[in-house]
Design a protein around this ligand. Structure first.
Ligand SMILES: [Zn+2]
Length: 216
């Protein structure tokens, strides 16, 4: 297992495809995920054979470290200093785990992986601390990956069928179903072009938010 150092640009679609490949490989072994939430713990422990633990990781309020990946030890470490944060903001724990899976899948070079993008990663044996505040492109890539892993296109389209997405209670119900935060759910639906949020009001599109309404 090697880890590359230089970071290069990766199109978002390539990250989306990587996440779906992982889900497809998981499903081939463990059966189709017919409804959300995506079983992230099972993916980590059973499918990827990564261990997963809680421990104190030193950080500051301004520079939070929620979790880290120890590729050489095949371990995801969650920061026990933030148990309260994870409890308060339900869904952030699953998202942090999915983010670490993103690093594992995108940034750790594993020999013989047919889907390997050859993306830059980190040194074997080193731990990789995930900072909230960083603009490191690997962090951004792992965040994007986590969204696709926990809210894959097919499951989102299935669950929103017939749902009025301009109503917050419906979005809150959706985020509970997917086991993510309301921020993550809203971002995902916005990215799919299904909603546009301005001043806490949900519109069907940006045009509608500017007063152009459609008759249909
Ligand atoms: Zn990270």
């Amino acid at each position: 297992m090697t880890l590359l150092k230089d970071v290069k640009f990766v199109p978002e679609q390539a990250i989306e495809i990587k996440a779906y490949h992982l889900l497809a490989d998981f499903e081939a072994q463990y059966g189709t995920i017919v409804s959300p939430p995506v079983p992230i713990d099972r993916i980590i422990e059973k499918f990827l054979d990564l261990r997963f633990d809680w421990d104190e990781i030193d950080d500051t309020e301004d520079d939070k470290i929620l979790g880290c990946l120890l590729p050489g030890k095949k371990k995801i470490l969650m920061n026990s200093r933030h148990v309260k944060f994870f409890d308060q903001y339900w869904g952030t724990e699953a998202y942090t785990k999915a983010h670490e899976v993103g690093h594992w899948d995108l940034h750790v070079v594993k020999p013989g992986d047919p889907h390997q993008l050859g993306l830059p990663g980190f040194d074997k044996g080193k731990q990789y601390l995930c900072r909230n505040s960083t603009a490191d492109s690997r962090e951004i890539q792992a965040e994007i990956y986590a969204a696709y892993l926990l809210m894959p296109h097919q499951l989102v389209m299935q669950e929103i069928d017939g749902l009025d997405l301009t109503r917050w209670p419906n979005l809150y119900r959706l985020k509970d179903i997917f086991g993510v935060s309301i921020t993550a759910m809203t971002k995902r639906l916005s990215k799919l072009g299904l909603i546009y949020v301005r001043d806490k009001v949900i519109y069907r599109s940006e045009e509608e938010s500017q007063g152009y309404t459609t008759m249909f």
